[in-house]
Design a binder for this molecule. Structure first.
Ligand code: GDG
Length: 491
């Protein structure tokens, strides 16, 4: 079992002579003004949640876009600030973008083109040439920042996600000896889906500037190799999972991301969580009802309307649950400048309204919708309270919410309803796996979760906890670092 200490030792022995840099779009800590004060927030993002414990252990520098309105106030002359604020362990170096750059690179090409291209959720990608040009410009800007930071030292650079597909090539052009790995946090679709991107060759060429490229599951690795095979002149070795192009090799590997199991398990048992549970019960007038939980960024890939429609179907078919079940939907707003996200927000709010109106009796309403970035403490309390948690992604790289629920259930109770279209569905086979497009089936699965005997709930949860405990975030990081350092040692 990998622990924090093991990872620390691995980093100290293997990366000793190297700078270690993480590069991502989203920063792990955002400084915002709250009146005259400056507050530091942790954004709702799977990527930063997963990497922060790794960086706390490894030290090093994290390069990211400074997006908070008070971010410039707290950095030094090199745009750096030590984080986490309460116990500084590593350095956050901020990259500044203009509004236009953020619009074209982040909202435009990353989230209106690449995100829908890689998620098969039937939202059509928008390919806009000026967004693409801005995406290239911003990837260059990140590359300059990395190259300045590295200078002539030896460095491992660990790049995150689809916002920075061109970065590894730019880095390699500027400093051929940097060893780089990239982790693609979202699915990689099949070549038929990917080929509609007018710049597919540039993106693949960019990504093949890495020594190592990681996906959550083998299926995404296979899709990537197939895409390269169809689109580029390159040698694809399917036995060794490698691509060679221009004499340079890129290894392609699955690394299923995870959570800090021990930390969540310990935090779940803190007395303040019990106090928070009481506070929530009080605030929402709960009185022994069954509790269901959904917790997502509001994104069309997460299957939020499908889940609410299934709840509607459940209450319609089984009136016995009226008055006896409260479903908490936590939805942190995300990418709200984009049209399809605006529509989704309206659709979700509309469904909540309709369902609450249809079934509400006296003080009881079936859905509590918290459309906000909820505190870690409240999230933990909700996970502890929930008889079942629903992860109904239409398509998802991994989905950390599923693993967080499992890691928080130290009591061994609770049922996870999970989509097979999330990467987590491959590992957590003791969840109730259900196709979220099949609303009736989803409703029946909710009933099954509510009526599952305690012995079965505990048996399933125990097995899922073993899986998450063993395949924790430190193993994910250690596997990538071990693989990455092979490029130096040549094993
Ligand atoms: C991408 C991939 C992959 C949610 N609401 C609040 C809040 N959250 C936290 C959750 C969880 C994280 O945000 C969401 O992580 P997911 O993994 O579910 O999804 P994405 O953000 O889409 O992440 C995904 C991930 O990258 C990692 O590789 O698993 O497939 O899409 O940690 O708990 N946190 C707070 N308040 C909220 O209201 N504090």
């Amino acid at each position: 079992m990998w622990t924090k200490e093991d990872l620390h030792n691995l980093v100290n022995t293997r990366l000793r002579d190297y700078l270690f840099l993480v590069v991502s779009n989203r920063e792990p800590y955002v400084h915002n003004y709250a009146g005259d004060e400056i507050e530091c927030l942790v954004p709702a993002s799977g990527l930063t949640v997963a990497l922060d414990p790794v960086m706390r252990t490894c030290g090093g520098t994290w390069v990211a876009h400074g997006s908070g309105d008070a971010d410039r106030q707290v950095v030094d002359s090199q745009n750096k600030v030590r984080v986490p604020p309460e116990d500084p362990r590593y350095c956050l170096k901020r990259v500044w973008l203009t509004r236009e750059q953020e619009d074209g690179y982040y909202y435009g090409f990353s989230n209106e083109a690449l995100w829908p291209l890689c998620h098969i959720a039937y939202t059509r990608p928008v390919f806009n040439e000026s967004d693409w040009n801005t995406y290239r410009e911003v990837n260059r800007l990140f590359a300059q920042t990395v190259l300045e930071e590295v200078g002539d030292k030896k460095a491992f650079v660990f790049i995150q996600d689809y916002h920075l597909a061109l970065l590894p090539r730019f880095i390699r052009e500027g400093h051929p000896n940097i060893i780089s790995a990239q982790f693609w946090h979202i699915p990689w679709p099949n070549p038929e889906a990917f080929r509609i991107c007018p710049w597919q060759e540039d993106i693949l060429h960019g990504l093949l500037g890495n020594d190592l490229l990681g996906f959550h599951i083998r299926y995404h690795c296979n899709n990537f190799l197939d895409t390269v095979d169809r689109a580029l002149e390159a040698r694809v070795d399917r036995e060794r999972y490698e691509v060679t192009r221009g004499g340079k090799r890129t290894a392609v590997r699955p690394f299923p991301i995870s959570v800090d199991f021990e930390e969540l398990n310990a935090r779940a048992q803190l007395p303040e969580v019990d106090i928070e549970i009481d506070r929530l019960k009080d605030t929402f007038g709960l009185n022994g009802e069954f509790i269901g939980l959904g917790l997502d960024r509001i994104d069309y890939t997460k299957g939020i309307p499908e889940r609410l429609k299934a709840l509607d179907r459940l209450l319609e078919r089984y009136p016995t649950y009226r008055g006896r079940l409260v479903f908490f939907q936590v939805g942190s707003p995300s990418r709200t400048h984009i049209g399809v996200y605006k529509q989704l927000n309206e659709e979700v709010a509309g469904l909540v309204d309709d369902i609450n109106w249809k079934y509400g009796q006296g003080k009881w309403k079936p859905i509590v919708y918290l459309r906000e970035n909820v505190s870690q403490l409240a999230l933990m309390a909700l996970r502890r309270m929930a008889n079942f948690c629903m992860v109904t992604s239409l398509h998802d790289g991994m989905n950390l919410v599923a693993k967080e629920y499992v890691a928080s259930r130290f009591d061994g109770d609770g049922v996870l309803i999970l989509s097979p279209f999330a990467g987590a569905g491959r590992e957590l086979t003791d969840a109730l796996l259900v196709n979220p497009y099949a609303i009736d089936h989803l409703a029946e699965t909710m009933k099954k979760a509510l009526e599952m005997p305690s012995s079965e709930r505990h048996r399933r949860m125990r097995r899922m906890r073993e899986v998450v405990q063993e395949n924790n975030i430190y193993k994910w990081a250690a596997d990538i670092i071990s693989e990455l350092t092979r490029f130096e040692f040549g094993d």
